[in-house]
Ligand binder design. Structure first.
Ligand SMILES: [Zn+2]
Ligand SMILES: [Zn+2]
Length: 340
C-alpha cells in the first residue's frame, strides 16, 4: 500500500497530512472514512490527530456510558434490581469519584496515549489509513482482544490481591464495596497502567504477528471494553442483562460480588477462568444460599423476603471486610469504606 507511514515517529511527524492521502481517491470512500480523512487533514499532524482522537473517544465513551447509570441511581423504581439495594451512591460520592477518575485520565492516560503512538506505529498499526478493514477482518481480532484481556486481567487482578500489591495499589479501587458505573476506572495509577496493558497488549500482539490491525478496530474494542467495565461496576442486575443471555458473560452480578466479598471473581468479561481455577467457590455458595433462602421464604411477605436477603448480603460483606483486613496484614482494624 502506497500509504504506509514511515516507521519512525520523526518521519511520520514530518509527513504532511496532504502527503499521507496523496494517492487516495476520496470520492470512493464511505462517509465515515471521509470524515476520518478530513480529521487528519484538519489537524495536520498524524501523531496529534491520533492522540487527540483517542483521548476524546475515551472520555466521551466513558462518561457517556456512566450517565445512564447516574440517572438510574436517582430513580427509586430501579432499586429492585440493585444487587446491594441499600447502597445507592450519593451525589457527593459520585462527584468525588469523578474527580479521581478525571485526574487519573489526565495524569496517566493522556501521556500513555502519547507514548502508545510510536509503539503502535513501529508495530505497523494502521491509523490514518483508509479505507477501514471489513467486519470479517475486525470480528476475529476483537474476539481475540476480549479473550486475551480477560485472561491477562484474571492473573494480574489475582496478583493485585496479594498483600503488598493490595495495600499499596489495589486498595483504592476497593474503596467502594458497592460499586457504581463511575467507579470502573477509579484506581491507583499503577493499577491503571498494569490492567490497561491487558487492554492494549492484545491489539499490539496481533499487530506484531499479523500486521493487519487498524486503530478503528482498536477503538471499537476499547468502546466495548469500557461498556463491559462500567456495566460490571453498575451494581444492577436486570432480567435483560447480557449474562442472562450469555451464561458465560460475567456482568455486574459477578463483579459486584468481588467488591462486596473482597474475594473470588477476578476476571473481567467471562466466567470461565474463575470457574476453572476455583476462584468462584464462595460466589457460587452465596448464590446457592440466596436460592435456598428464596425457596424457604416463598410464602412470606415481600418485606420478610427482603430482610432475609439483606441478612445474607451483610454476612458476605462482613466476611469481605475481614478478608480485606487479613490481606492488609491488619486483621484487627476492619474497614470503614461502606457506600451508604
Ligand atoms: Zn479486586
Ligand atoms: Zn472493580
Amino acid at each position: 500500500m502506497t500509504l504506509s507511514l514511515n516507521a519512525t515517529v520523526a518521519a511520520a511527524a514530518h509527513e504532511t497530512a496532504e502527503q499521507l492521502y496523496a494517492h487516495i481517491d476520496i470520492s470512493k470512500l464511505n462517509w465515515l472514512e471521509q470524515q476520518w480523512v478530513a480529521w487528519y487533514l484538519w489537524i495536520g499532524n498524524p501523531i496529534i490527530a491520533t492522540g487527540l482522537m483517542s483521548f476524546l473517544l475515551h472520555e466521551l465513551v466513558y462518561f457517556g456510558r456512566c450517565v445512564p447509570w447516574i440517572i438510574i441511581d436517582a430513580i427509586p423504581y430501579f432499586q429492585k434490581w440493585k444487587i446491594q439495594p441499600d447502597k445507592i451512591p450519593t451525589a457527593k460520592e459520585q462527584w468525588e469519584c469523578t474527580k479521581g477518575v478525571l485526574s487519573s485520565h489526565f495524569a496517566i492516560e493522556l501521556p500513555a496515549i502519547w507514548f502508545f503512538h510510536p509503539m503502535a506505529d513501529a508495530l505497523g498499526l494502521e491509523m490514518h489509513q483508509v479505507p477501514f478493514p471489513s467486519w470479517r477482518i475486525m470480528l476475529p481480532q476483537i474476539a481475540f482482544f476480549f479473550v486475551f484481556e480477560d485472561f491477562f486481567h484474571f492473573w494480574a487482578h489475582r496478583a493485585l490481591h496479594t498483600p503488598v500489591l493490595y495495600k499499596h495499589i489495589h486498595k483504592l479501587h476497593h474503596k467502594y464495596s458497592a460499586p457504581f458505573g463511575l467507579a470502573a476506572e477509579y484506581a491507583h495509577p499503577a493499577e491503571t497502567f498494569i490492567l490497561g496493558t491487558g487492554t492494549l497488549a492484545g491489539p499490539l500482539l496481533w499487530c506484531y504477528f499479523r500486521r493487519d490491525v487498524h486503530i478503528v478496530t482498536v477503538y471499537i474494542w476499547i468502546t466495548l471494553r469500557l461498556f463491559q467495565a462500567i456495566d460490571a461496576h453498575s451494581g444492577y442486575d436486570f432480567p435483560w442483562s447480557l449474562r442472562n443471555i450469555l451464561p458465560f458473560w460475567s456482568g455486574a452480578e459477578h463483579h459486584d460480588f468481588h467488591h462486596m466479598s473482597f474475594t473470588n471473581n477476578y476476571s473481567t468479561s467471562f466466567r470461565w477462568w474463575d470457574f476453572i481455577f476455583g476462584t468462584d467457590q464462595k460466589y457460587r455458595e452465596y448464590r446457592n444460599r440466596l436460592a435456598a433462602n428464596k425457596a424457604v421464604m416463598k410464602n412470606k411477605t415481600k418485606a420478610e423476603q427482603n430482610a432475609a436477603e439483606r441478612k445474607l448480603l451483610e454476612e458476605v460483606e462482613a466476611e469481605g471486610h475481614l478478608a480485606e483486613a487479613v490481606a492488609e496484614g491488619s486483621a484487627a482494624t476492619g474497614k470503614t469504606l461502606k457506600v451508604q
